[in-house]
Design a protein around this ligand. Structure first.
Ligand code: NAD
Length: 476
């Protein structure tokens, strides 16, 4: 039986804790009880991490592709061996069902193995020049990266934040969410155990604004990688601008799902309901606004509500649970506010709408329909188990609604008309589009948004190149 581990930071390969440092209580969201005390960084810890990261970059920028591939493959193997323990710890911290945290481990394994191959393809190009002259374009690692990862994919997010810099030849200081530290430490430990030099990757925790100001204000850091809300992303982008840092910003979304009347409604419902309540809706690419053609609207709405009521909600550690609690106290509070506001504005509640019990942060799978555009939830990312279902006449109106918001992360469309599928792929203004599919993330495919959902991509070749600069060398 896995028990929750003791918590620490990892600076220069050392486990750092105690010493009178402030602490943060890590809470199991299924019980609401504290399960660990996380040490928080003081300024001295951050200075030390920065000094080590500068040294780590000097070491790792000279590493060969073979060395980087060996570390990434080794870490992937260790993660596979440790899958069950990691999954359990992640569920204890974040709440999502074990099946989801097990998949998260596999997602990191897949990403590290993909990057292990990608490191051999980071070559540049030679330009055509007159005899005797030569111009070459090279990719070089950008430098030490400050990476901030949120709690909703406690293993997957740190995997992305650590994997890309390690593949590119950078060093990295990771500040993962204080709510889910043990999962992040598990990913970092696998890389260190696989031979990543201790100076190359470190983990700190702290008061988020203190840590980000300190790291981004240092001349050591050359890149910011952030996943989280658009509000915090804008704040960090402004801090990064002072040092003209490269940035990868993976921010919020408000996933539109266009459902046309030529589809198998039951099949779409099965996929959409599973997608909506995955991780209790706390997923940046969660399907959220269901934009349904009027002929099938009533059937879709009623079928959604019927299925939502059957979702098995409970402790994620119990096999068979389909939806765990929300990850922290702030989320059910946000649900109460957004759902209350939508009902006040005239939305119809088809299922759920309330908290479950008084222990932990459980919330019912919820369906709202005929939601007026003035409701807060129609423009604020709900980040919770709420489906918003509204009827529309036809394609133009549905595309206009899909593109109405400043968010542009993931969009989905269901139709069996091949020409319309192409039109939608062109017209939907998001970084990722799922046509007749809600599977939009893969190790070899760039993952990222446009507009207020951010810029740059993680995963795929683009994920590594985002940690590299180009240098052009002209030889006369
Ligand atoms: P939040 O915006 O306060 O925090 C989001 C993440 O950013 C957390 O991991 C937090 O530790 C980190 N953070 C906050 N301030 C920071 C700072 N100054 N410097 C560095 N990191 C900082 O909100 P929250 O209550 O944790 O989450 C709620 C909202 O965050 C959600 O509504 C959702 O929009 C967004 N979110 C998005 C993702 C995503 O995958 N894009 C993940 C988690 C949360």
């Amino acid at each position: 039986m896995t028990s929750y581990p003791s918590l620490h930071m990892i600076i220069d390969g050392e486990r750092v804790s105690g010493g009178g440092r402030r602490t943060f209580d890590v809470v199991n969201p299924a019980t609401g009880e504290a399960i660990g005390a996380l040490p928080l960084a003081e300024a001295g810890d951050l200075d030390r991490a920065l000094e080590v990261a500068a040294e780590g970059f000097r070491i790792w920028r000279k590493s060969t592709p073979q060395e980087r591939a060996a570390v990434l493959q080794g870490a992937a193997r260790l993660l596979l061996e440790r899958q069950e323990d990691l999954a359990r710890v992640a569920t204890m911290e974040e709440g999502k069902p074990l099946d989801e945290t097990r998949i998260e481990v596999m997602m990191v394994v897949g990403l590290f193995n993909f990057y292990a191959g990608e490191v051999f393809r980071l070559y540049g190009r030679e330009l055509v020049r007159p005899a005797g002259q030569r111009s070459t374009v090279r990719h070089e690692p950008v430098g030490p990266v400050a990476a901030f990862a949120p709690w909703n994919f406690p293993l997957g997010n740190p995997g992305r934040k650590l994997g890309a810099p390690s593949a590119a030849g950078c060093s990295v200081i990771l500040k993962s969410a204080e709510e889910t530290p043990a999962s992040a430490l598990g990913i970092l430990q696998a890389l260190l155990d696989a031979g990543l030099p201790k100076q190359v990757a470190q983990a700190v925790f702290g008061v988020p604004d203190e840590v980000s100001r300190h790291l981004l204000g240092s001349p050591v850091i050359r890149k910011l990688s952030f996943t989280g809300s658009t509000v915090v992303g804008k704040h960090l982008a402004k801090l990064a601008a002072d040092n003209m840092l490269r940035t990868t910003m993976e921010l919020g979304g408000h996933g539109p799902v266009l459902v046309f009347d030529d589809v198998d409604v039951d099949h779409v419902l099965d996929v959409a309901v599973a997608g909506k309540y995955r991780n209790a809706g706390q997923v940046c690419v969660s399907p959220t606004r269901f934009i349904v053609q009027e002929d099938v609207f009533a059937r879709f709405r009623d079928g959604f509500a019927e299925r939502a009521q059957k979702v098995k909600v409970g402790d994620g550690l119990v096999e068979g649970t389909q939806m765990g609690p929300m990850a922290n106290k702030r989320r059910p509070e946000a649900m109460d506010r957004l759902i209350g506001n939508a009902k006040d504005k005239g939305a119809t509640l088809g299922a759920g709408g309330s908290r479950i019990g008084n222990q932990g942060f459980f919330f019912q799978p919820t369906v709202l329909s005929e939601v007026p555009l003035e409701a807060d939830i129609m423009h604020e990312e709900p980040f919770g188990p709420v489906a918003l279902i509204n009827p529309y006449k036809g394609e133009d109106e549905m595309i206009a609604e899909a593109n109405r918001l400043e968010y542009g992360l993931a969009g989905y469309a269901w139709t069996n008309d091949a020409k319309r599928q192409r039109r939608l792929a062109d017209a939907i203004e998001t970084g990722m589009v799922g046509i007749n599919s809600h599977m939009i993330a893969a190790a070899d495919a760039p993952f990222g948004g446009v507009k207020w959902s951010g810029h740059g991509a993680e995963d795929g070749p683009e994920g590594v190149l985002a940690c590299m600069i180009t240098k052009t060398v002209h030889e006369g």
